[in-house]
Design a protein around this ligand. Structure first.
Ligand code: ZN
Length: 261
């Protein structure tokens, strides 16, 4: 090989090295620009009344733990006891989905905050997920526009069998029928508008074997926003640590997020 051939080979190798380096650089830049989606935000709100024996980090903490594996989501916990009742304007406007658990302190939630939440759902498309006794929460009732009462509330359910009724519904994705211990039973009828989907039904079984079926997971469109209600979740039951329920919560958050992002 003569000196000229060496030079050509050397030059080609150099070009290849430059091309590789440039390519790698461009590739990195492209990846950072396009493959990382803007983070969405889910706020999990509760009132701080659940017993610390079952929920040492309150119910919002347990739910947030289950949502932590959602990719591309920022999970924020908020409490009635926080400044601005947990939902300062900046956070409420950043939230794509608001999860709500309340029981004893519905009346303390300020009407002004409720109006802001309802506006975010109806006009901006923020998703709203209401859990168990939050059926009587002010934002829940305001969004439904009905009494939102159940036919009966009895502390006699020994087990709740949850059945997937609409397996193709996004909230039911990957969910199989499952049974949880549940000491509280809500009975039909549930005074709400006709739901657009009922992905989950269930049967409460009493100690004497009596069975009481009811709807467990219900979906509505309210203005621009999506609304999901899940019946189970009494504060003495560790249901929000249950992997089936955690999957339903993750699916529900993804489903309820505004579609235009
Ligand atoms: Zn309860």
């Amino acid at each position: 090989m003569n000196a000229r051939a060496h030079l050509i080979i050397g030059f080609t190798a150099m070009l290849a090295a430059i091309a590789m380096t440039t390519g790698l650089f461009l590739n990195t830049a492209w990846t950072e620009e396009s493959a990382v989606p803007a983070q969405r935000c889910v706020v999990v709100w509760s009132e701080g009344t659940a017993g610390t024996d079952v929920y040492p980090k309150d119910i919002n903490g347990a739910i947030a733990e289950g949502l932590a594996s959602l990719e591309g989501w920022e999970v924020v916990t908020a409490s009635l006891n926080d400044p601005d009742q947990g939902l300062p304007d900046a956070l409420l406007h950043r939230a794509d989905v608001l999860v709500w658990w309340g029981h004893k302190k519905h009346g303390l939630v300020k009407d002004k905050l409720v109006r802001k939440i309802v506006k975010r759902v109806k006009e901006d498309g923020m998703g709203f997920i209401s859990l168990h006794s939050a059926h009587f929460a002010k934002p829940n009732k305001e969004l439904m526009g009905t009494a939102c009462s159940w036919g009966a509330y009895e502390a006699d359910s020994t087990t709740l069998k949850v059945t997937v009724k609409e397996p193709d519904h996004p909230i039911a994705k990957g969910v199989k029928d499952f049974t949880v211990e549940h000491s509280e039973r809500y009975s039909e009828p549930y005074a709400v508008p006709e739901p657009q989907a009922v992905p989950f039904e269930g049967v409460h079984t009493l100690a004497n074997g009596t069975e009481d079926p009811s709807r467990i997971g219900l979906c509505w469109q309210v203005g621009k926003g999506k609304f999901f209600y899940f019946q189970a979740g009494h504060e003495t039951n560790p249901i929000f640590y249950d992997e089936n329920v955690r999957l339903i919560m993750r699916n529900a958050v993804e489903w309820a997020a505004p579609a235009n992002q």
